[in-house]
Design a protein around this ligand. Structure first.
Ligand code: NAP
Length: 329
């Protein structure tokens, strides 16, 4: 078991910022990367609204720079996943990953949220065979094809516009007759000759051919109840996100939708556990806001550790026989 001052769960922009700040405070943080270094930002083709990068920057490139920057100040990145935590006894907290057990004085949770599924037959089986939740990752495979996009928010519209680079035509299918997306994005989509819309409609099933490849969607118009089939080889789904909070069980206060509740200092219901980024932010979800939140959470963690320094150092001595102390001062 390794004793740490700070364990950061998740490596998206919030985790990167938390790693930089706690690293710079000599806390030698360990970052549990999760299944995607950089989270959603790392699979975003171009980020053109992060300050300081006129002309935009590629998501993978920005994440790589953030990682190098955090490492410069001593952050350590572990390619590992959190299996369970024990927040019930207070600090130090047990964080169990597939490969290691950590005893962390403070924990910063930046574990993010995953794309929501439609929950219809054929959807999961179709992943990799025509169903996708990431235009940036998979758009290239749909060159010259007619594809459909589900959703009416910023993500759906932004991704639909991006996908017109590859696809012959993109049909946006939305369950209502107006979009949730911002007006600028709406305008760009309405003006794009390669984009058309099907309104008031949901998917009932993703259809496949004998080889398992997606070849259409069965649709239902919610106003007329008419059922139709739309042939397509690509089904892109952008209908919001689901927070990655199940790993915490009931050990931390969540809102009704499963997002971690924090106060203005990014403190959670557990003293010594902080949260930042999309695991606690349902509204802004920008790289810039996540970076700001990760910074705030790190500064709160640093203050909290300072306040409890004496007690925690006594614990170092008591735990020394069972836990290797690898953390900073
Ligand atoms: P979102 O804003 O929650 O939109 C989800 C969309 O999916 C909504 O249009 C919703 O329909 C639809 N939907 C939800 N569940 C559905 C279901 N089961 N079946 C069919 N449709 C369903 O999610 P998002 O677009 O991922 O955006 C999340 C946040 O990130 C937002 O705050 C957004 O502003 C932000 N964001 C910003 C940018 C940017 O600024 N460039 C880019 C991407 C995301 P209804 O409209 O009927 O509810």
């Amino acid at each position: 078991m390794k004793r740490e001052r700070v364990v950061i769960i998740g490596s998206g922009p919030a985790g990167m910022a938390a790693a930089l700040y706690t690293g710079r405070a000599q806390l030698n943080p360990v970052v549990i990367v999760g299944n995607q270094l950089g989270g959603q930002a790392a699979i975003t083709h171009a980020i053109d609204n992060y300050p300081g990068f006129p002309g935009g920057i590629g998501g993978p490139e920005l994440i790589e720079q953030m990682k190098l920057h955090a490492e410069e100040f001593g952050a350590r990145f572990e390619w590992d996943m959190v299996e369970s935590v024990d927040f019930t006894k207070g600090s130090p907290f047990l964080v169990k990953t597939y490969q290691q057990e950590y005893l962390a004085d403070a924990v910063i949770v930046t574990i993010g949220a995953d794309p929501r599924k439609l929950g219809i037959p054929g959807e999961i089986e179709g992943i990799g065979k025509g169903v996708s939740y990431c235009g940036t990752c998979d758009g290239f495979f749909f060159r010259g094809k007619d594809i459909v996009v589900f959703g009416g928010g910023d993500s759906a519209i932004e991704e639909a516009i991006f996908l017109t680079r590859f696809a012959t035509h993109v049909t946006i299918i939305h369950r209502r007759d107006s979009l949730r997306a911002g007006v600028q994005l709406q305008k760009r989509a309405f003006e794009n000759p390669k984009i058309s819309f099907i309104w008031d409609t949901v998917a009932e099933e993703v259809l496949k051919d004998d080889s398992g490849a997606v070849n259409g969607v069965r649709l239902k118009n919610l106003k007329t109840e008419e059922i139709t089939t739309k042939p397509t080889e690509g089904v892109f789904i952008f209908v919001g996100h689901v927070p990655n909070s199940p790993v915490f069980g009931k050990q931390i206060a969540l809102n009704d939708e499963g997002y971690i509740i924090t106060d203005e200092r990014f403190r959670t219901s557990v003293e010594g556990v902080f949260a930042a980024g999309e695991i606690q932010d349902q509204i802004w979800r920008q790289v810039a806001t996540s970076v700001g939140q990760g910074t705030g959470a790190a500064m709160s963690a640093i203050h909290w550790l300072d306040e409890h320094a004496e007690t925690l150092q006594q614990l170092d001595a008591e735990l020394a026989p069972t836990a290797e102390v690898v953390a900073g001062d």
